[in-house]
Design a protein around this ligand. Structure first.
Ligand code: ZN
Length: 355
Protein backbone atom coordinates (compact mmCIF):
# COMPACT_ATOMS: atom_id res chain seq x y z
CA UNK A 1 0.00 0.00 0.00
CA UNK A 2 2.78 2.35 0.99
CA UNK A 3 4.68 1.66 -2.22
CA UNK A 4 1.49 2.26 -4.21
CA UNK A 5 1.14 5.67 -2.56
CA UNK A 6 4.72 6.56 -3.43
CA UNK A 7 4.13 5.36 -6.98
CA UNK A 8 1.00 7.52 -7.25
CA UNK A 9 2.88 10.50 -5.83
CA UNK A 10 5.56 10.21 -8.48
CA UNK A 11 2.94 9.81 -11.17
CA UNK A 12 1.15 13.00 -10.05
CA UNK A 13 4.16 15.30 -9.53
CA UNK A 14 5.15 15.59 -13.25
CA UNK A 15 1.52 16.24 -14.20
CA UNK A 16 1.25 19.08 -11.66
CA UNK A 17 4.55 20.50 -12.85
CA UNK A 18 3.48 20.64 -16.50
CA UNK A 19 -0.12 21.75 -15.85
CA UNK A 20 0.90 24.93 -13.99
CA UNK A 21 2.54 27.62 -16.13
CA UNK A 22 5.46 29.17 -14.27
CA UNK A 23 4.50 32.46 -12.64
CA UNK A 24 6.95 35.33 -12.94
CA UNK A 25 7.39 37.71 -10.02
CA UNK A 26 8.31 40.62 -12.30
CA UNK A 27 7.34 41.51 -15.87
CA UNK A 28 9.31 43.78 -18.18
CA UNK A 29 7.24 44.54 -21.27
CA UNK A 30 9.12 46.22 -24.11
CA UNK A 31 7.54 47.88 -27.14
CA UNK A 32 9.44 48.88 -30.24
CA UNK A 33 6.96 51.33 -31.74
CA UNK A 34 6.70 50.61 -35.47
CA UNK A 35 9.13 47.66 -35.21
CA UNK A 36 8.25 44.98 -37.76
CA UNK A 37 10.32 41.98 -38.78
CA UNK A 38 12.35 44.01 -41.30
CA UNK A 39 13.30 46.58 -38.64
CA UNK A 40 14.36 43.71 -36.37
CA UNK A 41 16.26 41.90 -39.10
CA UNK A 42 18.09 45.08 -40.14
CA UNK A 43 19.31 45.25 -36.55
CA UNK A 44 20.30 41.57 -36.50
CA UNK A 45 22.38 42.19 -39.65
CA UNK A 46 23.93 45.35 -38.14
CA UNK A 47 24.78 43.70 -34.80
CA UNK A 48 25.69 40.27 -36.19
CA UNK A 49 25.94 37.47 -33.65
CA UNK A 50 25.88 40.10 -30.89
CA UNK A 51 22.26 41.04 -31.57
CA UNK A 52 20.08 40.89 -28.45
CA UNK A 53 17.21 39.53 -30.52
CA UNK A 54 19.16 36.27 -30.93
CA UNK A 55 19.06 35.73 -27.15
CA UNK A 56 15.32 35.10 -26.94
CA UNK A 57 14.38 31.41 -26.76
CA UNK A 58 10.73 32.03 -27.69
CA UNK A 59 9.42 33.94 -30.70
CA UNK A 60 5.95 34.50 -32.10
CA UNK A 61 3.85 36.97 -34.06
CA UNK A 62 1.13 39.47 -33.19
CA UNK A 63 -1.91 40.40 -35.30
CA UNK A 64 -2.19 44.15 -34.98
CA UNK A 65 -5.48 45.23 -36.62
CA UNK A 66 -7.65 47.51 -34.51
CA UNK A 67 -11.38 47.47 -33.67
CA UNK A 68 -12.25 49.44 -36.81
CA UNK A 69 -9.18 49.44 -39.08
CA UNK A 70 -6.99 46.92 -40.89
CA UNK A 71 -4.02 49.15 -40.06
CA UNK A 72 -3.83 50.31 -36.47
CA UNK A 73 -2.44 53.51 -34.98
CA UNK A 74 -0.42 53.61 -31.76
CA UNK A 75 -3.49 54.53 -29.69
CA UNK A 76 -5.41 51.36 -30.55
CA UNK A 77 -2.20 49.32 -30.81
CA UNK A 78 -0.95 50.38 -27.37
CA UNK A 79 -4.40 49.82 -25.89
CA UNK A 80 -4.54 46.24 -27.21
CA UNK A 81 -1.11 45.44 -25.81
CA UNK A 82 -1.69 47.03 -22.39
CA UNK A 83 -5.37 46.27 -21.73
CA UNK A 84 -6.27 43.24 -23.87
CA UNK A 85 -9.00 45.11 -25.78
CA UNK A 86 -9.15 46.22 -29.41
CA UNK A 87 -10.45 49.78 -29.69
CA UNK A 88 -10.95 52.27 -32.53
CA UNK A 89 -7.91 54.05 -33.93
CA UNK A 90 -7.00 57.24 -32.02
CA UNK A 91 -8.74 55.98 -28.86
CA UNK A 92 -6.70 55.20 -25.75
CA UNK A 93 -7.97 52.47 -23.37
CA UNK A 94 -11.44 53.77 -24.26
CA UNK A 95 -13.91 51.32 -25.77
CA UNK A 96 -16.47 51.72 -28.58
CA UNK A 97 -19.21 52.05 -25.94
CA UNK A 98 -17.16 54.47 -23.81
CA UNK A 99 -15.78 51.68 -21.59
CA UNK A 100 -12.58 52.39 -19.66
CA UNK A 101 -10.19 49.45 -19.93
CA UNK A 102 -7.53 49.21 -17.21
CA UNK A 103 -4.00 48.19 -18.22
CA UNK A 104 -2.16 45.27 -16.65
CA UNK A 105 0.05 47.86 -14.95
CA UNK A 106 -2.95 49.52 -13.30
CA UNK A 107 -4.34 46.14 -12.27
CA UNK A 108 -1.01 44.93 -10.89
CA UNK A 109 -0.74 48.16 -8.88
CA UNK A 110 -4.30 48.31 -7.56
CA UNK A 111 -5.05 44.62 -7.01
CA UNK A 112 -1.64 43.34 -5.94
CA UNK A 113 0.45 46.28 -4.75
CA UNK A 114 3.17 45.54 -7.26
CA UNK A 115 5.32 48.50 -8.22
CA UNK A 116 4.59 49.67 -11.77
CA UNK A 117 6.04 52.20 -14.17
CA UNK A 118 7.33 53.05 -17.62
CA UNK A 119 10.33 54.51 -19.40
CA UNK A 120 9.88 55.85 -22.96
CA UNK A 121 11.83 57.89 -25.51
CA UNK A 122 8.76 59.97 -26.47
CA UNK A 123 6.53 62.30 -24.53
CA UNK A 124 5.19 60.57 -21.42
CA UNK A 125 1.78 61.51 -22.88
CA UNK A 126 2.30 59.73 -26.21
CA UNK A 127 -0.12 56.94 -27.15
CA UNK A 128 1.85 53.92 -25.93
CA UNK A 129 2.64 55.16 -22.39
CA UNK A 130 -0.80 56.82 -22.16
CA UNK A 131 -2.44 53.42 -22.79
CA UNK A 132 -0.96 52.23 -19.49
CA UNK A 133 -2.69 54.88 -17.33
CA UNK A 134 -5.16 57.10 -19.29
CA UNK A 135 -8.59 56.78 -20.93
CA UNK A 136 -9.46 59.22 -23.73
CA UNK A 137 -11.47 59.14 -26.94
CA UNK A 138 -8.78 61.08 -28.79
CA UNK A 139 -5.07 60.51 -28.27
CA UNK A 140 -4.13 64.19 -28.56
CA UNK A 141 -6.19 65.26 -25.52
CA UNK A 142 -2.96 66.03 -23.73
CA UNK A 143 -4.50 68.19 -20.98
CA UNK A 144 -6.67 65.28 -19.90
CA UNK A 145 -3.96 62.64 -20.38
CA UNK A 146 -1.42 64.57 -18.30
CA UNK A 147 -3.89 65.11 -15.47
CA UNK A 148 -4.75 61.40 -15.50
CA UNK A 149 -1.04 60.62 -15.38
CA UNK A 150 -0.54 62.96 -12.43
CA UNK A 151 -3.19 61.03 -10.52
CA UNK A 152 -2.47 57.44 -11.65
CA UNK A 153 -0.16 56.54 -8.75
CA UNK A 154 2.46 54.70 -10.83
CA UNK A 155 5.80 54.42 -9.04
CA UNK A 156 8.16 55.43 -11.85
CA UNK A 157 7.36 57.40 -15.02
CA UNK A 158 10.18 58.61 -17.27
CA UNK A 159 10.12 60.30 -20.69
CA UNK A 160 9.83 63.77 -22.18
CA UNK A 161 7.37 66.67 -22.40
CA UNK A 162 7.68 68.95 -19.39
CA UNK A 163 5.77 71.64 -21.35
CA UNK A 164 2.40 69.93 -21.04
CA UNK A 165 2.74 69.91 -17.24
CA UNK A 166 3.04 73.68 -17.01
CA UNK A 167 -0.07 75.92 -17.09
CA UNK A 168 1.30 78.25 -19.80
CA UNK A 169 1.15 75.45 -22.36
CA UNK A 170 -2.29 74.15 -21.45
CA UNK A 171 -5.81 75.19 -22.41
CA UNK A 172 -7.20 74.31 -18.96
CA UNK A 173 -4.52 76.30 -17.08
CA UNK A 174 -4.11 73.44 -14.54
CA UNK A 175 -0.77 72.46 -13.00
CA UNK A 176 -0.35 68.66 -13.02
CA UNK A 177 3.24 69.17 -11.96
CA UNK A 178 2.02 70.59 -8.62
CA UNK A 179 -0.46 67.71 -8.30
CA UNK A 180 2.44 65.30 -8.66
CA UNK A 181 4.68 67.12 -6.21
CA UNK A 182 1.86 67.17 -3.65
CA UNK A 183 1.38 63.42 -4.20
CA UNK A 184 5.03 62.95 -3.23
CA UNK A 185 6.73 62.51 -6.60
CA UNK A 186 10.37 63.42 -6.88
CA UNK A 187 10.50 65.33 -10.17
CA UNK A 188 13.58 64.79 -12.36
CA UNK A 189 14.41 67.19 -15.17
CA UNK A 190 17.97 66.16 -16.03
CA UNK A 191 19.11 62.78 -17.37
CA UNK A 192 22.10 62.79 -14.99
CA UNK A 193 19.78 62.85 -11.96
CA UNK A 194 18.48 59.40 -12.99
CA UNK A 195 21.72 57.81 -11.74
CA UNK A 196 21.09 58.73 -8.12
CA UNK A 197 17.32 59.33 -7.95
CA UNK A 198 15.61 57.56 -5.08
CA UNK A 199 11.83 57.11 -4.93
CA UNK A 200 9.57 55.81 -3.80
CA UNK A 201 7.72 57.94 -6.40
CA UNK A 202 9.70 59.23 -9.38
CA UNK A 203 8.69 61.23 -12.44
CA UNK A 204 11.28 62.14 -15.05
CA UNK A 205 10.31 64.84 -17.56
CA UNK A 206 13.67 65.01 -19.27
CA UNK A 207 12.94 67.40 -22.14
CA UNK A 208 10.61 70.33 -22.72
CA UNK A 209 9.05 68.67 -25.75
CA UNK A 210 9.80 65.21 -27.19
CA UNK A 211 13.25 63.80 -26.37
CA UNK A 212 15.86 64.11 -29.13
CA UNK A 213 16.34 61.23 -31.58
CA UNK A 214 19.16 58.70 -31.15
CA UNK A 215 22.08 59.16 -30.89
CA UNK A 216 21.63 62.82 -29.85
CA UNK A 217 19.69 61.96 -26.70
CA UNK A 218 22.59 59.78 -25.52
CA UNK A 219 21.80 56.85 -23.23
CA UNK A 220 18.60 58.34 -21.81
CA UNK A 221 16.63 55.11 -22.30
CA UNK A 222 19.24 52.87 -20.69
CA UNK A 223 19.71 55.27 -17.77
CA UNK A 224 15.95 55.51 -17.32
CA UNK A 225 15.62 51.72 -17.28
CA UNK A 226 18.45 51.36 -14.74
CA UNK A 227 16.82 54.00 -12.54
CA UNK A 228 13.41 52.32 -12.82
CA UNK A 229 14.71 48.83 -11.98
CA UNK A 230 16.71 50.15 -9.01
CA UNK A 231 13.62 51.84 -7.60
CA UNK A 232 11.04 49.17 -8.43
CA UNK A 233 12.66 45.99 -7.10
CA UNK A 234 10.66 44.82 -4.10
CA UNK A 235 9.32 41.63 -2.53
CA UNK A 236 5.87 41.92 -4.17
CA UNK A 237 7.33 42.25 -7.66
CA UNK A 238 7.03 44.90 -10.35
CA UNK A 239 5.76 45.55 -13.87
CA UNK A 240 7.83 47.85 -16.07
CA UNK A 241 6.89 48.99 -19.58
CA UNK A 242 9.72 50.24 -21.80
CA UNK A 243 9.21 51.82 -25.22
CA UNK A 244 11.65 52.55 -28.03
CA UNK A 245 9.22 55.18 -29.25
CA UNK A 246 11.17 56.75 -32.08
CA UNK A 247 11.70 53.64 -34.22
CA UNK A 248 8.23 54.61 -35.48
CA UNK A 249 9.16 58.23 -36.15
CA UNK A 250 12.32 57.29 -38.09
CA UNK A 251 10.25 54.95 -40.26
CA UNK A 252 7.51 57.57 -40.83
CA UNK A 253 10.29 59.74 -42.24
CA UNK A 254 11.86 56.79 -44.14
CA UNK A 255 15.10 57.85 -42.41
CA UNK A 256 17.44 54.84 -42.43
CA UNK A 257 20.23 56.52 -40.45
CA UNK A 258 17.88 57.36 -37.61
CA UNK A 259 16.27 53.91 -37.79
CA UNK A 260 19.68 52.24 -37.40
CA UNK A 261 20.52 54.52 -34.45
CA UNK A 262 17.17 53.84 -32.77
CA UNK A 263 17.53 50.08 -33.21
CA UNK A 264 21.06 50.18 -31.81
CA UNK A 265 19.78 52.10 -28.74
CA UNK A 266 16.97 49.53 -28.38
CA UNK A 267 19.44 46.62 -28.59
CA UNK A 268 21.55 48.10 -25.78
CA UNK A 269 18.49 48.21 -23.52
CA UNK A 270 17.44 44.66 -24.52
CA UNK A 271 20.88 43.35 -23.53
CA UNK A 272 20.68 45.13 -20.18
CA UNK A 273 17.18 43.83 -19.46
CA UNK A 274 18.04 40.26 -20.51
CA UNK A 275 21.15 40.31 -18.28
CA UNK A 276 18.94 41.55 -15.43
CA UNK A 277 16.33 38.83 -16.06
CA UNK A 278 18.98 36.12 -16.28
CA UNK A 279 20.49 37.18 -12.93
CA UNK A 280 17.08 37.55 -11.29
CA UNK A 281 15.62 34.29 -12.62
CA UNK A 282 12.08 35.38 -11.81
CA UNK A 283 11.46 38.07 -14.42
CA UNK A 284 9.50 37.58 -17.63
CA UNK A 285 10.63 39.75 -20.55
CA UNK A 286 8.28 40.22 -23.52
CA UNK A 287 9.22 42.34 -26.53
CA UNK A 288 6.90 43.27 -29.38
CA UNK A 289 5.58 46.17 -31.47
CA UNK A 290 2.22 47.91 -31.67
CA UNK A 291 2.42 47.82 -35.50
CA UNK A 292 4.94 48.08 -38.34
CA UNK A 293 5.79 51.49 -39.81
CA UNK A 294 7.02 52.30 -43.29
CA UNK A 295 6.24 49.00 -45.04
CA UNK A 296 9.96 48.35 -44.75
CA UNK A 297 11.68 45.59 -46.65
CA UNK A 298 15.32 44.67 -47.18
CA UNK A 299 16.05 43.52 -50.73
CA UNK A 300 19.84 43.54 -50.54
CA UNK A 301 22.71 44.15 -48.19
CA UNK A 302 26.15 42.85 -47.26
CA UNK A 303 26.30 40.46 -44.30
CA UNK A 304 30.10 40.76 -43.97
CA UNK A 305 29.87 44.56 -43.86
CA UNK A 306 26.76 44.38 -41.66
CA UNK A 307 24.91 46.69 -44.04
CA UNK A 308 21.33 46.77 -45.31
CA UNK A 309 19.64 48.37 -48.28
CA UNK A 310 16.31 49.63 -47.05
CA UNK A 311 13.13 50.03 -49.11
CA UNK A 312 10.07 51.72 -47.68
CA UNK A 313 6.63 51.25 -49.22
CA UNK A 314 4.95 54.08 -47.30
CA UNK A 315 5.38 56.91 -44.82
CA UNK A 316 2.58 55.46 -42.71
CA UNK A 317 1.91 52.30 -40.76
CA UNK A 318 1.35 48.94 -42.42
CA UNK A 319 -0.98 46.11 -41.41
CA UNK A 320 1.52 43.21 -41.31
CA UNK A 321 2.08 40.94 -38.34
CA UNK A 322 4.85 42.02 -35.98
CA UNK A 323 7.28 39.79 -34.10
CA UNK A 324 7.06 38.82 -30.41
CA UNK A 325 10.07 37.76 -28.33
CA UNK A 326 9.93 36.27 -24.84
CA UNK A 327 12.38 35.19 -22.14
CA UNK A 328 11.93 33.92 -18.61
CA UNK A 329 9.15 32.23 -16.62
CA UNK A 330 6.02 31.93 -18.77
CA UNK A 331 7.88 32.82 -21.99
CA UNK A 332 6.58 29.74 -23.81
CA UNK A 333 3.05 31.22 -23.68
CA UNK A 334 4.00 33.81 -26.32
CA UNK A 335 4.88 31.54 -29.26
CA UNK A 336 2.71 31.17 -32.36
CA UNK A 337 0.51 33.69 -34.15
CA UNK A 338 -1.55 35.54 -31.55
CA UNK A 339 -3.83 38.53 -31.27
CA UNK A 340 -2.19 41.69 -29.90
CA UNK A 341 -4.87 41.58 -27.20
CA UNK A 342 -3.83 38.03 -26.24
CA UNK A 343 -0.40 39.33 -25.24
CA UNK A 344 -1.91 41.54 -22.53
CA UNK A 345 -4.26 38.76 -21.43
CA UNK A 346 -1.42 36.25 -21.13
CA UNK A 347 0.59 38.70 -19.05
CA UNK A 348 -2.41 39.30 -16.78
CA UNK A 349 -2.91 35.56 -16.35
CA UNK A 350 0.76 34.95 -15.59
CA UNK A 351 0.67 37.72 -13.00
CA UNK A 352 -2.38 36.10 -11.41
CA UNK A 353 -4.67 38.97 -12.45
CA UNK A 354 -7.23 36.84 -14.30
CA UNK A 355 -7.60 37.76 -17.97
ZN1 ZN B 1 3.39 55.93 -36.07
Amino acid sequence: MKSLRILLLFAVIPWVATAQPSQPKNVIFIVGDGMGTAQVYSSVVAQGEGSAFLRFPVTGFSRTYSYNKYTTDSGAGGTALMTGHKVENKHIAFGPNREWYPSFLTKAKCKQGRKVGFVVTSSVLDATPAATYAHVSYRKQFDSISMQMAQCGFDVMIGGDLNHFLPANREDGLTPIVTMQEAGYQMIYDVKELDTARGPLLCGLLSEDNPAPAPQRGDMLLRGVKCALRNMENEKGFVLMIEGSQIDWACHDNDTVRLAAEMSDFETVLHYVLDYARRDGNTLVVVTADHETGGLTLLKGDISKRSNQYHFATGNHSGVMVPVFAYGPGAEQFSGIQQNTAIARKIMKLLGLGD
